[in-house]
Design a protein around this ligand. Structure first.
Ligand code: GYE
Length: 349
């Protein structure tokens, strides 16, 4: 382990909020943090992209509770507030602080070549979590762990295909809008691609793709605007649950009935994550017809990767997490994607 000089990190966000046990609050950016030479701990700088969703909060808490002193780690957490420039600054700070490892959850894929080269020049391994980076030289990071976002999109599209077929709906009568995530993020790229390819293949009417930035507020705004533009939407594909909750508010405010009976005027909402309690309750009630699970609990997985690097091992470069589909709708019990069958988990009461 490298020797780390004593450094006081400037107070960024005022007083740190310490997550109480069982609370859903992540610890906010550390204030003044002492890294001492003889702490004996391995120092990990974690650049988290933001706090935009319940998925993100769960992910932050998972990271913070895995890299703890009892396990031999000291974690420096930085919240990028959804801005790549903040994340680049955080990584440069970590390099100056001579941390032992950098963990990066990147907001979008492009634009990381320079700063990751700086980390490499400083001899600090970088581990990616959740989304990916698009760099020419893949050796700029040691490994990645996260979800197969395109597979999530394909599974959801296969569910929509089976469901609409089960109610004898012609493909040309399927009018979908996609409330996308943060444009240029791996989760958005994969989920949008899964839907767009299926729409082309089946002949669905994919009317609009607009970013809701993975937030409830934006999901609400975008849905309200889409209702002004179109009067025949019957499926709303939300790229995360927070957007879905916002979109459902907008739909209900406009007097629409949310549900899967789209042959009789209901508007069907589908989404991704399955982390947020409200969204899972909506799924049980049938307000969200299907959720593609996206697992945020990467802390132990990232820790296992860092543990392996500490021991001088070379972990697999890409590490995927298995995920389910949840629905309380009984029409579709399984979906077939690329020759693999995925059971739909019934979450009805
Ligand atoms: O689905 C969304 C979050 O990158 C998988 O980011 C993540 C996505 C997740 O804001 O809720």
């Amino acid at each position: 382990m490298k020797k780390v000089a004593t450094i006081a990190i400037a107070l960024l966000l005022g007083v740190a909020i310490i997550a109480s046990c069982g609370s859903s609050n992540a610890v906010e950016d550390e204030g003044t943090k002492e890294i001492t030479e003889d702490s004996g701990l391995i120092t990990v700088g974690f650049s988290q992209l933001g706090a935009e969703s319940d998925w993100r909060s769960a992910n932050t808490i998972s990271m913070q509770s895995s890299f703890v002193p009892e396990e031999g780690y000291s974690l420096i957490y930085k919240n990028g507030q959804q801005k790549q420039t903040n994340q680049i600054t955080a990584i440069r700070t970590f390099i100056q602080q001579e941390v032992d490892y950098i963990v990066l959850a990147p907001v979008t894929e492009s634009g990381w070549d320079s700063v990751l080269s700086e980390a490499r020049d400083a001899g600090i391994p970088v581990i990616l979590v959740d989304r990916r980076v698009d760099v020419a030289d893949k050796s700029l990071y040691s490994c990645w762990v996260g979800s197969d976002f395109e597979l999530e999109g394909k599974k959801m599209a296969a569910w929509i295909d089976s469901y609409t077929k089960s109610i004898n709906m012609a493909p040309s009568d399927v009018h979908i809008v996609n409330i996308q995530g943060t444009i240029g993020s791996t989760a958005q790229i994969g989920r949008s691609r899964g839907l767009a390819n299926a729409a082309r293949e089946h002949g669905w009417d994919l009317m609009a793709e607009v970013s809701g930035e993975f937030t409830e507020t934006k999901g609400y705004e975008v849905m309200a605007a889409l209702l002004e533009r179109f009067d025949n939407i019957n499926i709303v594909y939300c790229e995360n649950d927070n957007e879905a909750i916002g979109a459902i508010d907008a739909l209900e405010e406009a007097g629409k009935k949310v549900g899967s009976d789209i042959r009789n005027g209901e508007i069907m909402v589908v989404s991704f994550d399955g982390v947020n309690k409200e969204a899972l309750d909506y799924a049980k009630e049938g307000k969200i017809s299907c959720i593609a699970e996206c697992n945020p609990l990467h802390g132990p997985r990232v820790k296992a990767l860092v543990d392996a690097l500490v021991k001088g091992e070379t972990p697999d470069k890409f590490n995927y997490v298995d995920e389910k589909l949840f629905s309380s709708n009984e029409k579709v019990t399984e979906v077939l994607v690329d020759g693999v069958t995925y059971k739909v988990q019934d979450i009805g009461n």
